[in-house]
Each structure stands twice: as C-alpha cells, then as structure tokens.
Design a protein around this ligand. Structure first.
Ligand SMILES: Cc1cc2nc3c(=O)[nH]c(=O)nc-3n(C[C@H](O)[C@H](O)[C@H](O)COP(=O)(O)OP(=O)(O)OC[C@H]3O[C@@H](n4cnc5c(N)ncnc54)[C@H](O)[C@@H]3O)c2cc1C
Length: 483
C-alpha cells in the first residue's frame, strides 16, 4: 500500500529505480541538486535489473557507431573501476566465444574485426586444443573459439542498490510505491507528476521506467517507440557445478540475440540462459516448460555434465526491446525532459555511462550544475563469493557476535547481515529485498530452513504481521466457502 506524501518540489525527478534510473540519480547528486527518485515498485532494482545474466560486457559484439556500443564500452570502464571501490562483487573471468559448426567458425574473424571496430582490441583466436585445455567439460564438437579476456561477471543486485544508496547518502529522496500516472504543467512550466503516493513538482524529468518507458513517454506527449518485452529464461545450477566452468561460454551471436550462454555467477553458481522470445505481456515473468526444455537441450550440448547437476532456481527477465536497434535516449530540451528507453540487453554494463551521458545532455539543455564538495561515497556489504563475508571475518565476529550466527546455511548469511539489510539507508522491505541484499533465501533450499526466521525478522522490523510478510491470505480469505 502506498503512503500519501505532501507535495514536494525538486530540481530533477527520475522515474524508475532500476539500475539505469539509480545510476542517473547517483550521477545527479554529485551536483547541488534536489533529486527525487520515483519508483512504482517496493524496492530498488526489482524490475528487469534483478533478472539478467549479470555479464559486464566489453561491448566487443555491439554494432560500432551506435550509442549502445559507445555507452557499453564506456560503462564497462566506469563500472569495472568504480564497482570494487563501492563493494560491488565483480570477477574478470574472461569469455570464450565458441564455434560449433563451420559457418560459425568462418564468422569468428569478422567478430574479431567487429570487436576492434568497437574499440576493443583484446579478442584473439583459440585453437580447439587450447579450448579443450581451458574448458575440459565443454561438450564434443567445438571447432574453435575467440577468447575475450576482459569479459567479467558482476553482481546484478548490489549494483543498483549501491547507486541508489549513494544517491540517498547525498540527499536524493527515494520514493517507493510511487508509480507516475499523470503529467501536467504548473503555472511556471514545471512538471507536475501525479503518483500513487502524491504529487511531485519537478523542473526536469528523467524517464528511466524500463519496460514502461514507452507508456511514460506518452504521458509527456511523445510516441516514437514501443517496448516489446523480450523474455529471457535462465536456469541457476547448484554451487557443486561451479568447477565445471572456468570462463563465460558464449555462443556466436545472431542479429536477434546474444544467444544462450553458460556462466559462473559471483555467488558461486552457474547460470544457463537466456532464451529470447518476444511476448505481449510486460508482467509475464513466469518460466515456461518450452523455454526451460530449450535451455536444457542447449546446455546438454555446451557442457553436458552441467545439466546433470541440481537446479537451484529458474528465473525470467524481460528485456525492453523496441522496433529500433539502438537505445532510445531522447532529449527534449524545451520541455526539460529526457526519455531513457529501450535499454534492452546491456543496461547493467552501460548504466554508469548512460548516467554520464544523460547528465551531460541535461547540462547542455540548460540544467545548472554546481559540483558538491561534500560528496559521500558508498561501501556496500560484500555478498560475492570471492571477497570476505562476515561469517569468515574473525574481527567482525569478535566485535559483533551477530556476524558469527549463521541463519541461512546454504548461502552462509548471518543474523548480523539480515539485521543490517533491514536497517540500511535503503532498507529491505520484503523477503525478496533481503534476498538481494544478503543472498539469504537464494540457496539450494530456497528458504525452506531459514525462511521462517527471516520472515519473523522482517515482520519485526517492519511492524507488519507475519502473514503479510509471507503473503499468506488472512484466515477468513482462506476458509472454504460453504455451498
Ligand atoms: C534475460 C536478460 C539478460 C540480460 N543480461 C544482461 C547482461 O548480462 N549484462 C547487461 O549489462 N545487461 C543485461 N541485461 C539488460 C539489463 O538487465 C537491462 O538493460 C537493465 O536492467 C535495464 O534497467 P532499467 O533501469 O532500464 O529497467 P528496470 O530495471 O526495469 O527499471 C525500471 C523501473 O521503472 C519502474 N517504473 C516503471 N513504470 C513506472 C512508473 N510509471 N512510475 C515509477 N516507476 C516506474 C519499474 O518498477 C522498474 O523498477 C539483461 C536483460 C535480460 C532481461
């Protein structure tokens, strides 16, 4: 349920707190500006940003000369430099783009040329013998590969949370459960945004509404693109599968999709996916038997032993694809409005570069900028498998025994981390929010053992009834109707 707020006035309202909107809000707070982030959902990063493959792309396979190509390259550089300083788990494992037939093998030199044209010079051919040496569990029939040594994996959960937390640390107002429904102009030409939690007056507006960026754009009188959700289904394999894969294993991409890949995750699992199916429903985030069957068939070819491992979870993300082949970032200087739409399959990587580009564009359009001299920097708790976690940190446990008390045994999450997630600057308000801040409930038991304890902690912190936290209908609603 939304809380009604008194009307507020700000310099810039950012609509959408996915990885893109959160990055833009953070970039804006480096200046002396009043920034309000309006998010329809109940958390930061809970839309497409929580359900992707989590690759930090070098941009080697993007189309040279496009805005996407430029921003992916720049975003890679920015996030790989800033991420580790902000506590974002990131591992530069490198990728192998594997050719499985003669046609794909013939295309590898052109892909290496394309990489160079994007500005990435690191791609190099790999012989079948080296490929087998690097990836002993690869399926039979691989004819060769291109190595892309700089491709990396990154935490999809910590990244938007880090952006939003740093924005809030620097004065941004984050309003959750605040879907923008209407736009009007007030007497001095400022935007009046009617949201489900009240009215916001903003001199400038950034539309970073992801799958809804087209409908929000229409609220501002524009009609230049339509989002068609492109569903991607993924399978997460158990941590015992992790030794089977050393690199990100990429297929040769097509014009439609980057294709199904196999990749380690920063949590120590292995992910297989995503599919790419255009659908009508922007809310269809359920998996399908056909999609999962296709993935398993592909996985059996790529890394046969993988599909024999236990599945920890499946998930689905919807890319904001449009009829255009590039990002739809459109500045409307006279209207003091920018639309940041069509950020389809590379937005996690490009987020910081998109933010930089948008803030530059707003400045060119007339937004006054004065750098702050008191900017505060975020340091997020580490949830990656490579860095030290609280349960491993003797000094942290000695100082605060809650870090020595494991609640989620699958992912080794402590009571101290759950407590911190509930009390952080951008606190978890749902079980999913705790999952994305701590990894609790994400493991092989999916909360079977720890779910009740964690739900009780959430109920306690939020003052909600346990049934509400669990989404269980009230007793009356559950009672069967008498005939
Ligand atoms: C299957 C899949 C795999 C991918 N793999 C990768 C990858 O490996 N690497 C990579 O870089 N990228 C990848 N991506 C792309 C990346 O996930 C997206 O580009 C990115 O998450 C888009 O972020 P966003 O902020 O634009 O959208 P979102 O995360 O969807 O955020 C938009 C937000 O706007 C809010 N909103 C909508 N309407 C309103 C409204 N009216 N008022 C207020 N708020 C509103 C929504 O609730 C949502 O939270 C992948 C995507 C998918 C689906």
């Amino acid at each position: 349920m939304s809380t009604a707020h008194a009307p507020v006035r700000c310099d810039v309202a950012v609509i959408g707190a996915g990885v893109v909107g959160a990055a833009i809000a953070r970039a804006l707070t480096q200046y002396r500006l009043d920034v309000v982030i309006l998010e329809a959902g109940d958390d930061v990063g809970a839309g497409t940003s929580k359900a992707n493959t989590a690759i930090l792309h070098t941009g080697f396979d993007t189309k040279p000369g496009t805005l996407e190509s430029r921003l992916v390259r720049r975003g890679y550089a920015l996030l790989s430099a800033w991420g580790p300083t902000a506590g974002i788990p990131l591992e530069r494992l490198g990728a192998l783009l594997v050719a499985w037939d003669d046609d794909q093998l013939d295309r590898l030199p052109a892909i290496a040329d394309n990489a160079r044209a994007t500005g990435y010079g690191g791609a190099r051919p790999i012989t079948p013998e080296d490929l087998r040496r690097f990836e002993p569990h690869l399926g039979p029939g691989a004819l060769g590969a291109l190595a892309i040594p700089d491709e990396a994996i990154v935490c999809p959960f910590t990244t938007p949370l880090a952006f939003a937390t740093e924005a809030v640390m620097n004065g941004a107002m984050l309003r959750l459960a605040s879907a923008v429904q209407r736009r009007a102009a007030d007497h001095d030409g400022a935007h009046v945004l009617s949201t489900t939690s009240g009215v916001v007056h903003a001199d400038w507006v950034v539309n970073a509404a992801g799958l809804a960026s087209d409908t929000v754009d229409r609220l501002f009188g524009h009609d230049s693109f339509t989002v068609t959700p492109r569903r991607g289904e993924l399978i997460v394999y158990d941590k015992l599968a992790r030794p089977l894969v050393r690199h990100i294993l990429l297929p040769v991409p097509t014009a439609h999709t980057k294709g199904v890949l196999v990749s380690p995750t920063v949590f120590g699992n292995v992910v297989l996916g995503p599919t790419a199916d255009d659908i009508d429903d922007k809310h269809a985030t359920g998996s399908t038997p056909a999609g999962l069957a296709r993935l398993v068939a592909q996985g059996r070819k790529l890394v046969p032993a993988l599909v024999g491992e236990e599945v920890t979870a499946v998930y689905v993300g919807l890319r904001a694809a449009t009829e255009h082949a590039d990002y739809q970032i459109r500045f409307h200087p006279g209207e003091r409005y920018v639309c940041v739409g069509g950020i389809r399959s590379t937005g996690l990587t490009a987020s910081m570069a998109i933010a930089e580009y948008v803030v530059e564009g707003l400045h060119d359009a007339g937004l006054r900028r004065e750098l702050r001299d008191d900017y505060a920097h975020v340091r997020m708790p580490n949830i990656g498998e490579q860095g030290e976690r609280p349960y491993q940190a003797a000094a942290a446990i000695a100082a605060d025994p809650a870090y020595g008390e494991i609640v989620c045994h699958c992912e080794r999450v402590t009571r101290g981390e759950i407590r911190d997630a509930l009390a952080s600057l951008v606190p978890a308000r749902t079980l999913d929010g705790i999952r994305r801040r701590t990894r609790a409930l994400l493991g092989r038991c999916q909360g079977f053992y720890c779910g009740a304890t964690i739900a009780a902690a959430l109920a306690d912190a939020s003052g909600c009834a346990l049934a509400d936290v669990l989404g269980v209908p009230a007793p009356d609603a559950r009672r069967p109707r008498s005939s």
